[in-house]
Design a protein around this ligand. Structure first.
Ligand code: C2E
Ligand code: MG
Ligand code: MG
Ligand code: MG
Length: 295
C-alpha cells in the first residue's frame, strides 16, 4: 500500500486504481479460501444440473452436476474461481464428498419419480489421492440404491496424467464399484488417445473450446471429427460440451457424435427447474418427435 501511495503521487489515478483492484482481488481470494472450509456445513452449496442428450434421438440420457456456491458476501461464486482455490489449498476432499453425497441422493429421488437418467460428477486431480474416495463412493451407491452405470465420474486428462500409475489403480477400483468414467476437457492437455487406451474409461468429452465456433471447414472441425472417429475405434462414447447453436448440433450429428451438452439444449438448472424442464421436454417429444431440433 505504501508503494501505491508513492506511485499514485507520480501518476495520479491510474496506479491507485490498479493497486486497489489488486488488493481487492487478493482480499477476495483470502476470504474465499477461508470461507470454503465452512461452506458445506453452512449449507451454501447447491448442485445445478445440465442435461446431456443422445444427439440422434434427442432423448435426455443424463445430466452433469455442476457445483454452485452462494457466498454470504460475494453472492454466487463460480466454480471456475473456487475449485482452483480448493485445489491450491488441498481442500477438495470435503467439497467432493459433499457433491457425491448430494448427487447420489438426487439420483435416488429421481429414480423414485421415474426419471431414468444418469448423473455425472466432476472430481479433481487431488481426489485421486484421497484413500477414502473409493469406499465412500461404494457406500453412497449402496445407501441410495444407485445401479451400476448410473453414476459417472468426470476427470480431466491432466488429473490422470499427474500420477498415471496411481490413477489407474483408483480408476480400476471405481470401475469395480460400477461407476462410469469419463475424461473431461479432452484436447486441452498433453494426453493423447494412445494414453486413453490404457485407462478404464468409457466416455470422452471434447472440450468446449473446439465446439464453440464449429463449422464444416474450420480447423476445429478436423480435430472434432478425428476425435469422434478415434474414440469410436476405442469403443468410447463421445460427448460434445459447450454446444451453443443448432448448426453445431447438426454437424455433430452428421459426424456421428453420440451425446451433446450445451446452452442450445439447456443451461445448468436448479433441481426443481431441471425436473420441470425434463417433464416438459418429454411431453413435447411424445407429441412431436423432433429429434435434435428440440432446444
Ligand atoms: P466442466 O466440467 O467442463 O463443465 C462444463 C462447464 O461449461 C460448466 O461451467 C457449464 O456451465 C459450462 N457450459 C455448459 N454448456 C455451455 C455452453 O453452451 N456455453 C458455455 N459458454 N458454457 C457452457 P461451470 O458450471 O461454471 O463449471 C466450470 C468448471 O468447474 C467445470 O468445467 C468443472 O471443471 C468445475 N466444476 C464444476 N462443478 C464441480 C464440482 O462439483 N467438482 C469439481 N471438482 N469441479 C467442478
Ligand atoms: Mg465436467
Ligand atoms: Mg469440460
Ligand atoms: Mg472445464
Amino acid at each position: 500500500a505504501a508503494i501505491a501511495v508513492q506511485d499514485a503521487a507520480r501518476m495520479p489515478g491510474r496506479l491507485q486504481i490498479y493497486q486497489q483492484g489488486r488488493d481487492d482481488a487478493y482480499r477476495r481470494r483470502i476470504s474465499l479460501i477461508r470461507d470454503l472450509r465452512h461452506a458445506a456445513d453452512e449449507g451454501q452449496f447447491r448442485l445445478h444440473y445440465q442435461p446431456k442428450i443422445d444427439i440422434r434421438t434427442g432423448q435426455v440420457v443424463a445430466a452433469e452436476a455442476l457445483l454452485r456456491w452462494q457466498h454470504p458476501l460475494y453472492g454466487m461464486v463460480s466454480p471456475a474461481e473456487f475449485i482452483p482455490l480448493a485445489e491450491h489449498t488441498g481442500s477438495t476432499r470435503s467439497l467432493t464428498h459433499w457433491v457425491l453425497a448430494e448427487a447420489t441422493r438426487q439420483l435416488e429421488i429421481w429414480a423414485g419419480r421415474g426419471f431414468a437418467i444418469g448423473l455425472s460428477v466432476n472430481i479433481s486431480a487431488l481426489d485421486l489421492q484421497d484413500a477414502d474416495l473409493v469406499p465412500y463412493v461404494g457406500q453412497l451407491l449402496k445407501r441410495h440404491g444407485v445401479g451400476a452405470g448410473q453414476l459417472t465420474l468426470e476427470i480431466t486428462e491432466s488429473a490422470v496424467m499427474t500420477d498415471p500409475a496411481h490413477a489407474l489403480v483408483v480408476l480400476n477400483a471405481l470401475r469395480a464399484c460400477g461407476v462410469v468414467l469419463s475424461v473431461d476437457d479432452f484436447g486441452t492437455g498433453y494426453s493423447s488417445l494412445a494414453h486413453l487406451k490404457r485407462l478404464p474409461v468409457q466416455e470422452l468429452k471434447i472440450d468446449q473450446s473446439f465446439i464453440r465456433d464449429l463449422s464444416e471447414t474450420s480447423d476445429d472441425a478436423v480435430i472434432v471429427r478425428s476425435t469422434i472417429d478415434m474414440s469410436h475405434s476405442l469403443s468410447l462414447s463421445v460427448v460434445a460440451e459447450g454446444v451453443e447453436t443448432l448448426d453445431s448440433l447438426h454437424l455433430l450429428n452428421v459426424w456421428g457424435c453420440d451425446i451433446a451438452q450445451g446452452y442450445v439444449i439447456s443451461r445448468p438448472l436448479p433441481p426443481q427447474v431441471f425436473e420441470d424442464w425434463l417433464i416438459e421436454r418429454q411431453r413435447g417429444a411424445a407429441t412431436d418427435d423432433q429429434g435434435i431440433a428440440e432446444a
